[in-house]
Design a protein around this ligand. Structure first.
Ligand code: UDP
Ligand code: MG
Length: 348
């Protein structure tokens, strides 16, 4: 097949019920495109039948390629894996659950042809999501929009089209705690939006339970804002001023002969201050923990198996970008690469 003009990157985690209809809808879309396309299905180590279904789809239609990660690295890293290996001139990222209607891609391509580097899809309405999810998402997008040092558009997820120039720039960002939608805002370039109604999940459950959602939201805020640290510092100033005043008044009262009868006020003040201290330490911990993650310099994902991509060594070479990881990527001399993987090895 000639070099694809378009690549679709789709992270998949336990989506066995959706994969067949998804691939059918995407295949129909590919037939409408004006140039060849490839679809990279990134299996984030699903433990249902997803991987088998993806391999079946690949066997039927070679435009669908499969990347299997060695464990569950999370949505954002799965997207990164696909974007590293995509070889199209325009790369589209979309979810596997059909919440992002594939047909919107035609509008994105039209905008790309007008000259935009990044075309993101903005949700004008969200169907079938709980009141809780919609209202927390609404609040979160506004909060991060205000805190972030770069403007991050509201109600925009990871559904977007990116051209080669922006993609290359994105590939140079190898941070571990990834908030991909914010990273694209940070990149700059000519960006524009297309609006769409976010459909209901086709089948199955969301893979973002409350705990993961909170981690994702914290990653977003901590990666793009130092405001919580500044807040901690300001709180520190405020409360040290207050405690200074409390100290002076306590000494003055003692000189005037008043003794403080109760301990209630003391307990209240102490517990309040301890609370604030814990809060501030916790905030700092969020940043320190992330610094620790970053200094380890671990790869963002490990590929276990690939189908349809093994011969494209140029794409593989792009998979790990920092130059210092280049050596490590090569399998030791005399060691045979596992089946399905070319000579560069499975660790990317
Ligand atoms: N996903 C993934 N790894 C994960 C969690 C999710 O690859 O650890 C995929 C999932 O299969 C889907 C996309 O990421 O294609 C978005 O997940 P989901 O639809 O559950 O998120 P929501 O739309 O509910 O925010
Ligand atoms: Mg979804």
């Amino acid at each position: 097949m000639s070099m694809p003009q378009y690549s679709f990157v789709i992270p998949v985690y336990n989506e066995e019920e959706t994969l067949e209809p998804l691939c059918q809808r995407i295949a129909a879309l590919l037939d409408q495109l004006d140039a060849p396309a490839e679809v990279l299905l990134v299996d984030d180590s699903s433990h249902d039948a997803s991987y088998r279904i993806m391999c079946d789809v690949h066997a039927r239609d070679a435009r669908f390629k499969v990347i299997g990660l060695s464990r569950n690295f999370g949505h954002q890293n799965a997207i990164t894996a696909g974007m590293d290996l995509a070889s199209g001139r325009a790369v589209v990222v979309m979810d596997a659950d059909l919440q992002d209607p594939p047909e919107v891609v035609l509008e994105m391509i039209a905008k790309w042809k007008e000259g935009y580097h990044i075309v993101y899809a903005c949700r004008s309405r969200r169907a079938g999501e709980s009141w809780f999810k919609k209202s927390t998402a609404h609040l979160f997008y506004r909060l991060i929009g205000n805190l972030s040092t770069v403007p991050i558009p509201h109600d925009v997820g990871d559904f977007r089209l990116v051209d080669r120039a922006a993609l290359r720039a994105f590939q140079s960002l190898r941070e571990n705690n990834r908030y991909v939608r914010g990273m694209f805002s940070w990149l700059g370039f000519q960006q524009t939006a297309v609006y769409y109604e976010r459909a209901e999940r086709f089948a199955g459950e969301t893979k973002y339970p409350l705990k993961k959602m909170l981690k994702f939201a914290t990653d977003g805020i901590v990666s793009f804002s130092n405001v919580p640290l500044q807040l901690a510092l300001n709180l520190g100033f405020l409360f040290s001023a207050l405690s200074f005043l409390t100290g002076i008044s306590a000494v003055a009262l003692k000189w005037m002969g008043y003794t403080i009868p109760g301990w209630t006020s003391q307990v209240l003040i102490l517990s309040f201050f301890f609370g604030v201290q814990l809060l501030v330490t916790g905030m700092m911990g969020e940043y320190v923990g992330r610094i620790y993650e970053e200094v380890k310099h671990r790869p963002l994902y490990i590929v276990r198996e690939m189908h349809g991509l093994a011969s494209d060594t140029r794409a593989l070479r792009r998979a790990v970008l920092p130059a210092d990881l280049d050596e490590w990527r090569r399998p030791p001399i005399g060691m045979r690469a596992p089946a399905g993987i070319d000579e560069i090895g499975s660790l990317v």
